[in-house]
Ligand binder design. Sequence first.
Ligand code: ZN
Length: 188
Amino acid sequence: MYSEEHRKEKQREAQKRYREKNREKVREQDRIAQAARHKRLKDDPEYLAMKRKSGREYQQRRRQDPDEREKDRTISREYQRDLRAKDPKAFNEKSRNYMRPKYSELRNQVHKKLGNKCAKCGYDEDTRGIQIDHIKGGGRGEHNKLGWYKYFQKILRDQTDYQLLCATCNYIKRYTNKEIHIVDPILM
Ligand SMILES: [Zn+2]
């Protein structure tokens, strides 16, 4: 009846009760202990190296364990969801600002890999006027489905099906292939 597991469970409960009863005292003790750890990390390079190493190893072990990885993902998803629920506008603004440099860096890499100019007419003056084109068509559906980040990474892995077109050449191509609905009577 008094198994090891049972004893540990009792101990955890007692600790929890103690923490609840002496909340301020425990917090103060935690603060002191944390300050001491921080001080030691700053003053003792060997301790810092040891902590970093064991932290890395711990993370490696976690990453190799699918259950632990799923747990991490769940925590992260819930945390993000709470943040979003609290203030959707600020959340979106923040994540946009966080992702923007990553997207633009990836986009630059993709453009560089695809030659940095329109494959048809050679236009290369302003990168904002140059678009990624799926040679066989259907690029729009693809990046909608994957999201920009994965879409860029896919092209970086294998560029065969992609080229750069300037906005004009891309428009004409999509018109010719009937990929867009045109309302301008001159083009009908
Ligand atoms: Zn062009």
